[in-house]
Every structure is written in structure tokens, then in C-alpha cells.
Design a protein around this ligand. Structure first.
Ligand SMILES: Cc1cc2nc3c(=O)[nH]c(=O)nc-3n(C[C@H](O)[C@H](O)[C@H](O)COP(=O)(O)OP(=O)(O)OC[C@H]3O[C@@H](n4cnc5c(N)ncnc54)[C@H](O)[C@@H]3O)c2cc1C
Length: 240
């Protein structure tokens, strides 16, 4: 059975070496905030042994008109083709997949611990929760080297400022290498930092997202703080 096709409608740089790509939402397509999609290039001008398909979280929220994926641009055949792709180009879309989605019980807050590009499904979840007025308390920790590297920094900052249910905590691990002033949190996400924003570490559901190393480090931090694995959900970005 052939997969549905989708058309590129917009592309823009959302951080250094980081681009967001928007695609038409195929008729009848629906997904939950936090899920991902497999995108396949059709007859690309360049390819390598990693092939023509990549999985990316849907960084768009389901209520938004387009589908969006956001990725670090590296020098791989797939990303060279994606970056240079003319508007209107078609791709195959295999989706939605995954269960990195918001829990139902509003009484338990959702704490997201993300590194770098791991912010993508969290943008979707936070925007959708605010849009649907689910009432969840959402606390997002986003770690990057510098503000220049942080996708959706301004958007999530203002989402937090304009919604009592959302707290956005960005931290920079190398602010000294930035050309922009930074007066927010600095250093890696640790128990001390989390405790400044989360009163009782045993009550939230935790969502860890990003490269494998980040997910592993955050899980071990939480386990060390007494958080049960039952209260931890993860989305590991392979390939980084
Ligand atoms: C559920 C899920 C959701 C994901 N969501 C996202 C997302 O939202 N955004 C996103 O960007 N990615 C996401 N990923 C990861 C994505 O699928 C790709 O694996 C990733 O973007 C790397 O693709 P690539 O073309 O750069 O590297 P690939 O061509 O796939 O290369 C993979 C291998 O080559 C190595 N490699 C390639 N280039 C370099 C380089 N420049 N330096 C060092 N090593 C290199 C990698 O370490 C890796 O071992 C997700 C993965 C999963 C499983």
C-alpha cells in the first residue's frame, strides 16, 4: 500500500543550524501532540547508506493547520536534500507513531526535561494543552549550550509568561560562548535546579526527551532523587 504524500509549504531557520519545515496536513490525517512521523524523500538528488527516511517528532500542535518537523541540520545526504528542497516538493508521510503524549490525570503535573532538539514534541504538547485548556500544570526545562541553539526559545518563554499553568525554564550550559546576553538559568539540569521549580519531586509525571545521553542522565538523576520509573516517560532521539 502506498503511503500518503505531503507537500513542503514553508521552511525557516529557528535556531543556529536548526530548521523547521512545514508540510500540508493530508486530508483526514490526525495525531496526538507529542507523536512523531517518518518522512521519506522521493527520488532525492543525493542519498547515502542511512537511506531516505528519518523519523521526526511533530513539533506542530494538532490544532495548527500545518504539520511541522524541526531538526538540527548536519551534513548528511538526507538533511542536505531536505534543507535545499523547493517549496511544493512532495514527501511520503508515515504517521502518526509513538506514545510520548500527555497523561490524562490533571492533578499530576507534567515536568519535561529536554536537551537541545528534544524540545520538538514538547512544543506540540504545551501549545495543545494551552489551546485545549486541559488544566495541566506544565513545567518545561530546556537545556542548550547557548540561546542561539535553542529552538522556540522566545515562543515558549512567552507561552509561559502568558499562561499560569505553564512554566518555561531555559538553561544554557555555555552562555560564555554566546553573542546574546543571558540572564536565565545556567548549567546542566540537576536536582537543585528542578527543586527550585517543583515543590515535591514525587508528584509529577516526568517526560525526558532528546539524545540518548541526555535521556540516560536525566533518568539517573530522577532515580537518584527517589522518582519511580513508573512516573518517567521517554523519547530518545536516535542518530545524535
Ligand atoms: C521517535 C524519534 C523522534 C525524533 N525526533 C527528532 C526531531 O524532532 N528532530 C530531530 O532533529 N531528530 C529527531 N530524531 C532523530 C532523527 O530521526 C535522526 O536520527 C537525526 O536527526 C539524525 O539524522 P541525520 O540525518 O543527521 O544523521 P544520519 O544520517 O541518520 O546519521 C546517523 C549516524 O551518523 C552519525 N552522524 C551523522 N552526521 C554526523 C555529524 N555531523 N557529526 C557526528 N555524527 C554524525 C550519527 O551519530 C549517527 O550514528 C528522532 C528520532 C526518533 C527515534
Amino acid at each position: 500500500m502506498s503511503l500518503p504524500r505531503t507537500k513542503l509549504v514553508k521552511k525557516e531557520e529557528v535556531a543556529e543550524q536548526t530548521m523547521a519545515f512545514e508540510f500540508e496536513k493530508p486530508a483526514g490525517f490526525s495525531y496526538k501532540a507529542g507523536q512523531f512521523a517518518d518522512y521519506t524523500l522521493i527520488d532525492p538528488p543525493d542519498t547515502d547508506q542511512e537511506g531516505n527516511t528519518r523519523g521526526f517528532s511533530l513539533s506542530s500542535a494538532p490544532y495548527e493547520p500545518n504539520l511541522m518537523c524541526t531538526t538540527r541540520i548536519r551534513d548528511t545526504a538526507f538533511k542536505r536534500v531536505l534543507k535545499d528542497m523547493p517549496i511544493g516538493t512532495e514527501l511520503e508521510l508515515d504517521a502518526p507513531y509513538g506514545s510520548f503524549t500527555l497523561h490524562n490525570k490533571v492533578a499530576r503535573s507534567a515536568v519535561f526535561l529536554t536537551g537541545g532538539i528534544g524540545i520538538t514534541p514538547v512544543r506540540s504538547i504545551a501549545l495543545q494543552s494551552v489551546h485545549d485548556q486541559t488544566g495541566h500544570t506544565i513545567i518545561v526545562f530546556a537545556s542548550n549550550k547557548r540561546p542561539e541553539d535553542a529552538a522556540f526559545l522566545d515562543e515558549l518563554k512567552s507561552l509561559g509568561e502568558s499562561n499560569v499553568n505553564v512554566t518555561f525554564v531555559a538553561t544554557m550550559t555555555e552562555p560564555e560562548n554566546s553573542h546574546q546576553p543571558w540572564d536565565g538559568e545556567t548549567g546542566v539540569i540537576d536536582q537543585n535546579m528542578i527543586s527550585r521549580y517543583v515543590e515535591d519531586l514525587s508528584t509529577p509525571i516526568y517526560y525526558l526527551c532528546g539524545p540518548a545521553g541526555l535521556v540516560k542522565a536525566m533518568r539517573s538523576l530522577l532515580n537518584g532523587a527517589g522518582v519511580d520509573d513508573d512516573d518517567i516517560r521517554t523519547e530518545e532521539f536516535t542518530g545524535y
